[in-house]
Design a protein around this ligand. Structure first.
Ligand SMILES: [Zn+2]
Length: 420
């Protein structure tokens, strides 16, 4: 049994896979050829911790140099948004697609799903996104069936649910709220539908203490379904997923090596938070060694009640480059979003962060005009003060103008925050 004193989870198998991927990268990846040396069988976890980190900036600046296979071996090109907003490409071989399939099969099985399930996919499968294709392949690997509907169109989603009777939905959780609202407005008997569980991607459904957050509550208060958290990124080509115990998202230790690193450079202990750093095991196209994801989460290192000993991650608290230093406290934008999203009256908002003349961050929350005289404004302010321990400035703007600032044509997601 592992002790909590030694925080790095590393099995013998993993150490072997680390040696393999490091040597593979030194040999095949033009980026790592210059940056790392090959290692031998004496390689230890202490040696690993001395290797340089790979940053998102590296991946963005030297994108093509990360490709470790000849062009003819690339089976798929996927993209993810870079630090400057321009997309970063990831190069996947046929084996990498198989690795994705294995990852999602393992994730779906861990949640208790099997080949008898029918899945409905409510996420984009084209536009070079990874998640949709990963789940599609994973469902095939599980020998289950899939209805590949894609995002949006609540009417069509319900028609398919009533017609084919899927047991599982794979979706962005905020869209599930839309689905519930649509069913209520149109007298669809959603409570007696075939859907039993929902695999939630892209947004957290739990708070820091692993209880449901507002979004999670909005779904489970209205619909008797099981909802599962996941955490994934295109770069790592693998996902952390909840098991049936729903007590944090498990590491798939066949596919990733995980470190969670605190501000002081040390590894986070059980229950502490830090930046998620991964090495992709078994990847051929775009291997990444000690890749700093920029995502901050808590790590849980005790044995899970499901029996698995792999560490688990809590929901993403924020992004490292979005840490705000505000009136002596440190906070992440998500805490502000959470406070505002508790109010159903707020359908659109934008947070601006700017430095004042003293070099401190100032936070401005932009709301629609109607809130200037809205009866809930004081309650909103109280809630922010309570949750953030400090009160941001509130400013008001004409509704359409505000929408234009949040929903920008060239962006994949609404721009809820801007660092000025
Ligand atoms: Zn578990």
């Amino acid at each position: 049994m592992r002790t909590l004193m030694n925080p790095t989870f590393c099995t013998e198998e993993q150490l072997k896979s680390l040696v393999e991927i490091i040597n593979y990268s030194v040999e095949n990846s033009p980026f790592y050829k210059d940056k790392l040396n090959s290692v031998d069988a004496s390689f230890s976890i202490e040696d690993y911790k001395k290797l340089r980190f790979t940053s998102k900036e590296d991946l963005s600046a030297y994108n093509q140099k990360f490709c470790a296979v000849p062009k003819t071996k690339i089976a798929e090109y996927v993209t993810t948004s870079g630090t400057t907003g321009s997309p970063i490409s990831l190069f996947l071989t046929k084996n990498d697609l198989q690795r994705l399939a294995k990852n999602e099969k393992d994730s779906l099985s861990m949640m208790g799903h099997n080949s008898d399930d029918l899945f409905q996919l409510l996420t984009t499968i084209d536009k070079q996104f990874m998640a949709g294709i990963a789940y599609f392949l994973g469902v095939q690997e599980l020998n289950a069936g899939i209805i590949r509907l894609g995002p949006g169109a609540p009417k069509m989603q319900w028609e398919a649910i009533l017609n084919y009777e899927p047991s599982v939905l794979i979706a962005v959780p905020s869209f599930i709220v839309t689905l519930i609202d649509y069913a209520k407005e149109n007298n669809i008997d959603f409570e007696n539908s075939s859907v039993q569980s929902i695999v939630c991607i892209g947004e957290p459904i739990r708070s820091d203490d692993l209880s449901y957050n507002i979004l999670g509550k909005r779904i489970t208060d209205n619909w008797n379904v099981k909802i599962f958290s996941t955490y994934a990124s295109t770069e790592m080509g693998a996902a952390f997923s909840e098991c049936t115990a729903q007590n944090g998202c498990h590491l798939n230790d066949d596919l990733l090596f995980l470190e969670v690193i605190k501000e002081d450079g040390n590894e986070a202990l059980h229950g502490e938070s830090g930046e998620i750093v991964v090495t992709t095991l078994g990847v051929e196209g775009t291997p990444l060694i000690r890749y700093k994801t920029g995502d901050i989460a808590k790590i849980y290192r005790d044995e899970c009640s499901c029996g698995k000993q792999t560490p688990r991650l809590g929901p993403i608290i924020g992004r490292k480059n979005q840490m705000i230093k505000f009136k002596g406290t440190t906070l992440y934008p998500k805490a502000i979003f959470d406070a505002l999203e508790e109010f159903e009256a707020i359908s659109c908002y934008k947070v601006l962060v700017q430095k004042n003349e003293l070099g401190n961050d100032e936070i401005i929350v932009l709301l629609e005009d109607k809130f200037k005289t809205h009866s809930e404004l004081d309650t909103i302010k109280d809630r922010c003060r309570e949750k953030l321990r400090v009160l941001p400035q509130f400013q008001f703007m004409e509704a359409n103008k505000l929408r234009g600032l949040v929903y920008k044509k060239h962006m994949r997601k609404p721009e809820k925050i801007k660092f000025m």
